[in-house]
Design a protein around this ligand. Structure first.
Ligand SMILES: Cc1cc2nc3c(=O)[nH]c(=O)nc-3n(C[C@H](O)[C@H](O)[C@H](O)COP(=O)(O)OP(=O)(O)OC[C@H]3O[C@@H](n4cnc5c(N)ncnc54)[C@H](O)[C@@H]3O)c2cc1C
Length: 479
């Protein structure tokens, strides 16, 4: 059976991979000339990679880790020390660490919090621990109910002081969703905290050993093509064609470079596009269906990724850092963290600028200049003195609409993978799965879509489903 999938981000590729496992023939159609969607990367004329985003993998990513294992590429993740590292803006150039000892959860996380005295007072630690109790005791149900509050509101309701919000959670909120705690749904941070408290290595961070396009997406494509499927770049979906009964008749692809448009037909169809392009492509009859109308409640959030190459080494830290800068979110010196980008003599910083709504329309020069000013606070020894580090080159990648904007009340708008249209399914990290807008969420959504397709044909797919359930989708939220 053929399945046409629009979008070769991680969700579309994961969906195709699991459909191959279940005996289907997927054909993935990607609009751009590059794989990966939000993890896409390009090589510049010097042969250096530049990426859509700095991507950190977590121990609490079971579906991603399983996928890498199934592809035989789990050794491409470079695991870092189990610690979270924050800059201290009030003491430029200094760092505060939450070192997580190798003892069972949640004691490892509790110990890391108790041992850190730079960022939280004892009173704040105790208040925060008490505030978290309902989430620990009542679990995911409570976490979902809290979607009506922003994280700042939730902290206030739990009686946790303002400083906790300003110190630790601005950094966490920006890193997870590219927005601040006064805008973000408390479900997001509580979900992440719950995972970290429940899984011994949940908060352990890894980096891929090279570009996501080549080192992560290409092996999935190879697996799909070896299994009889196909992945086509430069194949933009232009229109979803319907049968008289409202089911999908075909995907109409826009012909590029003077070529005519083309219709691709299949037994099933999947949109693995992000939510914004899907919304504008909904066929007119579907726009009357409540299921699709709800998509209006979701939209992508802007974010900017910078890569800066310097004439010297700025740091030897081999880890993700939370900048705690108003302009920036997380960053890393990729010349230390990533094997393919390694350089013993020169740093290459990769930094995420968020929230980015006021910056997305500014020029690259303005964005780089503002970032350089922030670097004076992060690396005072190397900037603003007689012999400041020299910026050799830079790349700025702006994404005006990235993952869905996780403001309060969004959970109710996130659709399941199965739609009211019998032969049409959704995939993407914005669809309902417990891992929010992340790589893990994208991979899990793809797997759930493949399962939903198998389940829609019970008699034909019983054996196929067995294949898939040998690698069950880990998704307590939908279980
Ligand atoms: C700066 C940044 C940093 C991030 N950091 C992290 C991180 O540290 N950890 C983490 O887990 N996640 C991170 N993420 C989030 C993660 O990248 C995404 O959640 C995930 O990659 C989304 O995958 P997706 O397949 O759901 O969507 P997308 O990647 O958006 O894929 C959708 C695909 O559909 C294609 N498409 C759109 N329209 C059409 C059309 N008409 N026809 C055909 N194809 C079409 C697009 O080109 C794209 O390839 C980050 C994202 C960004 C932008």
């Amino acid at each position: 059976m053929r399945v046409a999938i629009a979008g070769a981000g991680l969700a579309g590729l994961s969906c195709a991979k699991y459909l191959v496992d279940a005996g289907y023939t997927p054909i993935v159609l990607e609009r751009r000339d590059v794989l990966g969607g939000l993890v896409a990367a390009w090589k510049d004329s010097d042969g250096d990679w530049y990426e859509t985003g700095l991507h950190a993998f977590f121990g609490a990513y079971p579906n991603m880790l399983q996928l890498l294992k199934e592809l035989g590429i789990e050794d491409r993740l470079q695991w870092k020390e189990h610690t979270l590292i924050f800059n201290q803006p009030e003491k430029p150039g200094t760092l505060s660490r939450f070192d997580v000892p190798d003892i069972p959860s949640p004691f490892n996380i509790i110990a890391s919090i108790l041992r850190n005295n730079d960022m939280l007072t004892w009173e704040q630690k105790i208040r925060f621990a008490i505030g978290l109790l309902p989430a620990i005791v009542r679990g995911q149900k409570y976490v979902e109910e809290m979607d009506k509050y922003s994280f700042s509101e939730w902290l206030k309701r739990q009686g946790v002081g303002e400083r906790v919000a300003s110190d630790v959670f601005i950094a966490a909120s920006k890193a997870l969703t590219f927005i601040n705690p006064d805008e973000v749904s408390s479900t997001i941070l509580l979900t992440a905290l719950n995972r970290f408290l429940q899984e011994r290595y949940g908060s352990k961070i890894a980096f891929l050993d090279g570009s996501p396009t080549e080192r992560l997406c290409q092996p999935i494509v190879d697996y799909i093509t070896e299994g009889g499927g196909e992945v086509r770049l430069n194949a933009p979906l232009k229109e979803i064609l319907l049968n008289p009964d409202g089911t999908v008749k075909g995907f109409l692809l826009r012909g590029l470079n003077g070529k005519p448009d083309e219709v691709v037909t299949a037994d099933f169809y999947v949109s693995a596009m992000s939510v914004d392009p899907l919304k504008v492509m909904l066929p007119e009859p579907w726009q009357q269906i409540e299921f699709f109308q709800k998509l209006e409640g979701l939209e992508g959030v802007p974010v900017i990724n910078l890569q800066l190459w310097f004439d010297r080494k700025l740091t030897d830290i081999d880890h993700l850092l939370f900048s705690r800068s108003p302009l920036l979110s997380v960053y890393a010196d990729m010349s230390n963290t990533c094997r393919e980008y390694a350089n013993p003599d020169r740093s290459m910083l990769e930094l995420v600028l968020a929230p980015a709504k006021d910056w997305i329309s500014k020029s690259d020069e303005e964005i780089v200049a503002a970032t350089m000013i922030e670097l004076e606070k992060l690396f005072p020894d190397h900037f603003g003195k007689d012999n400041p580090a020299k910026l050799l080159k830079s790349h700025v990648v702006k994404t005006p609409r990235s993952v869905y904007k996780a403001t309060p009340g969004r959970q109710q708008y996130r659709p399941p993978q199965k739609t009211p249209i019998a032969n049409f399914f959704l995939s993407g990290s914005y669809t309902m799965q417990r891992y929010l807008g992340s790589m893990e969420g994208a991979v899990l959504s793809g797997k759930l879509t493949a399962q939903a397709i198998c389940e829609s044909l019970p008699e034909a797919s019983a054996s196929n489903l067995q294949t898939l359930t040998r690698t069950p989708a880990t998704n307590a939220a939908t279980a």
